[in-house]
Design a protein around this ligand. Structure first.
Ligand code: ATP
Length: 809
């Protein structure tokens, strides 16, 4: 072998020994046809990452001979290519093979006669070359699709590997651009940032550097601007970024990645170029991604259209509401009554309120009054041909299920209602029928989804948006619901009176107190439905484990949820999940079926969380499921390990490649729990999460607990959270609304003049007693749980014996 020559093996694939289910790694046996290495045999084992190797096909591998400790000498390939048939005869044989169903020898011969030995390259470059040959569309499609599958993919994957992408990333890039992948990258490697999840500026810039794109090239500066803008909007939740901040951050990114000095003016120029290309919109000092600027504008315009010019007072509203009260056996308070009345009279209405203030009660009232006034049946079965005109929807599957339970009417996710299959940034929804639409949990709806929802509405529809403005804003950009309320351009009311009167309930008053910025004096004392366990961060995982173990003796584990602010850290979700899994669903013995997915093991019975929207399977980001089956690769049709996951009766198969869509869910983030309630919530907080601790985060966490709330950790973390008011997101929706509509609506009830809940006095005073001092000390489930915890770690310094004595006293 010539020294400059790399070790190469060409040959036919005799058999495919192994292919990894999660990557492109394969082990194959080759019958050698040509090689420049010294090899005594006519067969050799080749290992490496290969796109789509087929038995009986010929390939050329470049790599080196290695000595595997167990399997001996083999050829480790770092590059390979498919050996295209080069002789006319070989090409005819190839094109008429089983790979191209429907193409026989005559057609193959015709193609080769016309296009020569370079036929495959020519077809891949431009499939139109087949048209003059008289092949029908079906045959052309068979040829092109299979050629791309067989040859195109491998060439592209090899090219992407050359750029240094891992096999998984290469597959992701190939999936999007197909055979154009290399061309796209060569034209503008920064395009990957916008298109491929997981590729940021630094990665794209490394490729650009290899392609000798200059540090101050406009596409490089533009790439940094778009990356920074998308991080701060789609990533952080703003809909625009201040110009100087954007320039400054982009310069930092550009200089950091290549160790060069960048002129901020040039970045300004790049922003201008992107504006001309319609990728950005600059309004004074505010820079928007164009799609967010447009979305906010469309929201304002559509709402103005929906609102129309004047209200339509319905004559009998008051009478009908009285009738509904009678039917429902309830007396609405003044604000609730006004809410139902306004909802009926206005085409558009916003309703906000904290837990237990009667939002669901009002939704029920609106539906019933609307049905009565419009002579509509509430029985779904009586609608055979026309669509059901009473539409209820929520952003998550769990929230829509809860809506269904509380109203007794069909409810769906917004995605399902709109028939959205992919995402909401550039997808056309189906048009909704006329009627009434009530959307609950509006605080979770982001700018994109709201724009898409509005675009689908029938112009005559009555739209009611319900939510709790004090909860965390949406994961996606914007703070739509809070902005709509803040704009005062739309009819709106806030419910402030707490109606939930469970004698022992102290969770709701705690939530309202948190909202006013002050923890009640007794917050660390044990109550019938909540307790606090003091413990230092390093002991927290162990204590959470003890609490979970104890609680599991009384509650169904499916009803218990640990919520935490972050994934990382001692008290983070990544740490807590395997720990709780080992308590609630341990590996009993060697026969316990278990599959590994990186650091996580999945077992039958595990609680899992869906991390992405999969509308085609009717499962959405934030939904909880349970693993009900594990099929090992050998038995599975897909030949990869599979999990069967039950999402509330919707049983789905998850192949290994789908496992990135789920994670263990014994502990989840507070963000992921939005829109859900749990009978028992365990909430550990430490100062380690200081960066995340905000009032709305604690408020959202606490309001997830229906019956029992167990707070634990460092009391300073809770105090810090209550005091830290979340920054408003930077959005322009209020400005866009007030530009087209007068700001004339107030949140306050006209009759009672109840002020919004901003003053601490208000919070505990609405007919709800302040929690009583523990004179009638009883052993409650929460307390029993707390008592079994190691006495040295807290319980306000009381030992279980002392607590027991107190209980008996
Ligand atoms: N006017 C009223 N008179 C008597 N009870 C009421 C009234 N309004 C609401 N309630 C009761 O108060 C409780 C809380 O009401 P509802 O569930 O409607 O509130 P919510 O705001 O939807 O609460 P959450 O957001 O916590 O689910 C319910 O038990 C409901 O029946």
């Amino acid at each position: 072998m010539n020294e400059a020559e790399q070790p190469t093996v060409s040959g036919r694939v005799k058999s495919l020994f192994f292919q990894s289910p999660t990557s492109f790694f394969k082990i194959i046996l080759i019958t050698i046809t040509k090689t420049n290495i010294q090899w005594p045999d006519d067969e050799i084992v080749v290992t490496g990452n290969f796109g789509d190797i087929k038995e009986d096909e010929t390939y050329t591998f470049v790599g080196k001979v290695v000595n595997h400790p167990k399997y001996g000498l083999q050829f480790a390939a770092d590059n390979y290519q498919v050996d295209k048939p080069t002789s006319k005869q070989g090409l005819v044989a190839y094109l008429s093979s089983d790979r191209f169903p429907g193409i026989g020898t005559i057609t193959a011969q015709k193609i080769v006669d016309a296009l020569g030995v370079k036929a495959i390259d020519k077809i891949l470059k431009d499939e139109k070359v087949l048209i003059p040959l008289g092949l029908n569309a079906a045959k052309r499609a068979v040829l092109v699709d299979n050629l791309q599958l067989n040859l195109g993919m491998e060439q592209v994957i090899i090219g992407l590997n050359d750029f240094g992408f891992t096999s998984n990333m290469a597959a992701k890039i190939y999936q999007l651009y197909k055979t154009d992948a290399l061309d796209v990258i060569e034209e503008n490697p920064y395009q990957l940032i916008a298109d491929i999840d997981g590729i940021g500026f630094k990665r794209a810039d490394a490729i650009a550097a290899r392609m000798h794109i200059a540090p101050d090239a406009q596409i490089r500066l533009g790439g940094a601007v778009l990356d920074e803008l998308s991080r701060m909007t789609d990533g952080e939740g703003d809909t625009y970024v201040e110009l100087p901040v954007l320039i400054n951050n982009a310069v930092g990114l550009l200089e950091g990645a290549r160790n060069v000095e960048i002129d901020p003016n040039q970045v300004g120029q790049a922003i201008l170029t992107l504006t001309k290309k319609n990728q950005l919109y600059v309004d004074g000092q505010k820079v928007f991604p164009k799609r967010l600027y447009d979305a906010e504008g469309e929201i304002a315009t559509r709402l103005k259209q929906l609102l129309g010019d004047d209200t339509k007072p319905a004559k009998h509203t008051a009478k009908v509401i009285k009738q509904v009260e009678k039917e429902q056996g309830i007396a609405y308070d003044d604000t609730q009554r006004e809410a139902i009345q306004t909802a009926i009279e206005q085409p558009l209405f916003l309703l906000t309120g904290g837990p237990g203030t009667g939002k669901t009660t009002v939704i029920n009232g609106i539906v019933r009054a609307y049905a009565a006034l419009n002579d509509l049946s509430l029985d779904v079965n009586s609608y055979h041909h026309e669509p059901f005109p009473l539409m209820l929807a929520a952003p998550t599957g769990r929230a829509s299920k809860r809506m269904m339970e509380t109203t007794g009417l069909p409810a769906s996710t917004i995605h399902r209602l709109l028939g959205l299959a992919i995402d909401t940034q550039d997808y056309e929804p189906k048009e909704l029928p006329d009627g009434l639409l009530i959307v609950d949990e509006m605080s979770m709806v982001d700018t994109y989804l709201f724009r898409t929802l509005l675009a689908a509405l029938h112009p005559g529809i009555k739209l009611i948006l319900v939510g709790d403005k004090d909860q965390l804003p949406s994961v996606g950009p914007g703070q739509v619901f809070a902005d709509l309320l803040r704009s005062h351009t739309l009819p709106a009311l806030e419910l402030t009176h707490i109606h939930r009167q469970d004698a022992d309930s102290s969770i709701i008053p705690l939530a309202h107190a948190i909202n006013t910025g002050k923890l009640p004096a007794d917050w660390q004392q044990n109550r019938a439905d909540r307790s606090f366990i003091l413990c230092p961060p390093e002991q927290l995982p162990r204590v959470v484990g003890q609490v979970v173990g104890r609680a599991a003796q009384q509650f169904d584990p499916a009803d218990m949820q640990v919520l935490a602010p972050m994934y990382r850290g001692t008290a983070g979700i990544d740490q807590l999940n395997p720990l709780i899994q080992d308590i609630l669903n341990p590996k009993k013995d060697d026969r316990t079926k278990e599959v590994d997915a990186g650091l996580v093991h999945y077992r039958i019975g595990d609680k899992v969380l869906q991390l992405v929207n999969s509308p085609e399977q009717n499962v959405f980001n934030g939904e909880l499921g349970m693993i009900t089956g594990i099929t090992m690769a050998k038995q599975a049709e897909s030949k990869t390990d599979e999990l069967t996951i039950d999402f509330d009766g919707n049983e789905l198969q998850y192949k290994r490649s789908d496992w990135t869509k789920i994670t263990l869910a014994y502990a989840t983030t507070i963000h992921k729990a939005q829109g859900s309630e749990f009978p028992v919530v365990i909430l550990p907080l430490t100062l380690g999460a200081r960066r995340m601790l905000r009032r709305n985060l604690l408020y959202t966490a606490v309001t997830r607990a229906r019956n029992f709330l167990i707070l634990l950790g460092d009391p300073r973390a809770f105090e810090l959270a209550v005091q830290a008011v979340a920054d408003n997101r930077k959005t322009a929706l209020v400005a866009r609304l007030t530009a087209v509509l007068p700001a004339k609506f107030d949140l306050v009830n006209a009759a009672t003049g109840v002020p919004p809940v901003d003053t601490p006095a208000n919070a505990l005073d609405n007919g709800t007693k302040a929690p009583a001092a523990p004179t009638d000390f009883r052993l409650t489930p929460a307390l029993v749980m707390a008592q079994t915890i190691d006495p040295l770690i807290g319980l306000n310094g009381l030992t279980p014996q002392q607590l027991d004595a107190a209980a008996k006293a």
